[in-house]
Ligand binder design. Sequence first.
Ligand SMILES: [Zn+2]
Length: 245
Amino acid sequence: MGLLRNSLCAMALFAASAGNAATLLEPTLHLKPQGVEGGGRVALTLDACGGTTDTRILSALVDNRIPATIFVTGIWLKRNADAVEIMRAHPDLFELENHGGRHVPAVDTPRKIFGIRSAGSPDAVQAEVESGAAALAGAGGPAAKWFRGATAEYSPSAIAMIRRLGFKIAGFSVNGDGGSLLGAKETARRIGAAKDGDVIIAHINQPTHAAGEGVVQGLLALKQKGMTFVRLDDAEGVGNDGTTD
Ligand SMILES: [Zn+2]
């Protein structure tokens, strides 16, 4: 009996701490499986959080005609006009979507996620989403339909708000480059192993990181295998945690 009581206490303690800290969600996103026809299809999503442009990746996408969905922030848009011009010149390849105005996580309570301070309030989450959409609209091109927050983690109430603002939320199923911190070999291995229906996430804003070289290698390996690349606006992405339904 003493043992049972102790374990119940432990569970209650766990539940209490989970209520405070463990409520962040990292949603997944998959494409509907293609079925028997074809060699499979994947969606490549690349985040442009801030900083500059990895032209190794951008050139490889253009040269090999690989379509991609690029999640851009207002900060990145302002500083990367040349890259934006290249993307806009290939509307068949590039879909630009909303990665927020200032790259602050869409979490409506104050905390840090991977060292980045969260938006911290519902108003601040709304401002991050709307300023990202406004920056994209200001750069020309179609209105954004998808949102991915900085760090790709969300509080459940922030997910509900972003959906009310009219955006689907882009999770992923393959973490291709570990926040651009993985080596080239491991990045190439992860991306090259993507299966039919996967949504890959990697970064296009870290030109000095080894991961970018791995992104290119992994994508070329997938293309070699006969994999088809689609953008989020061409596929029916299905996410969990209420992110797409
Ligand atoms: Zn980011």
